[in-house]
Design a binder for this molecule. Sequence first.
Ligand code: E4P
Length: 226
Amino acid sequence: MKFFLDTADLAEIEEAASWGALAGVTTNPSLYARIGGKLEDFHAHIKRICDIVDGPVSAESVAMTRDEIIRDGLELAEIAPNVVVKIPTMVEGLAATRALADRGVAVNMTLCFSVPQALLAARAGARYVSPFIGRFDDISEDGLAQVENIVAALNNYDFTSSTVNGERIEVIAASVRSANHVTQAALMGADIATVPFGVLKKMVQHPLTDRGLDSFLKDWEKVQNA
Ligand code: E4P
């Protein structure tokens, strides 16, 4: 499993990248608003993220018609070679995804909540599809079961003739709220988990690691004083 950071916060991205295990970043309009982002700075901000992270950086189009999404997507793709255009799973989004994939632009189809949506995203040429776990749980559905179903359904077929450069579509477990979501998504075979910085920090922690470290340090003090 690869790990993406789900944030637009440059300090978080720099810190997470320094840990050596970060493969990419996903942003969305809400995450950009949360850091006080301004419309006119959006492209420059995505460029800054791309300068920090080598891997894919998802930047979302908020356009609602296929022509506008395609225009947006082509502009976003110009920012840096590792930009992935994030597009909501809807009719206009599918059409734009097909057009962008045909032009060699990688797309992450977001706000995916069902197997049929994921299958359509794959057939439209999406490079990534992002099933949302937490938001599905929020409406008393089972977000993790949806990830499991989507992974299983996509694995039944070969979509490489539809995608950019024949690459396999990868499933990004998104809307992750806990380290356990990551565990379960990994066991289900999700390719990537995109996690908020708070969850990434929790993924490193274990009380037995802390307790073990504490006793090792205390015993080492004894060695030094012996
Ligand atoms: C995915 O790429 C989205 O940015 C994100 O995971 C949404 O998460 P949320 O439901 O916690 O807002």
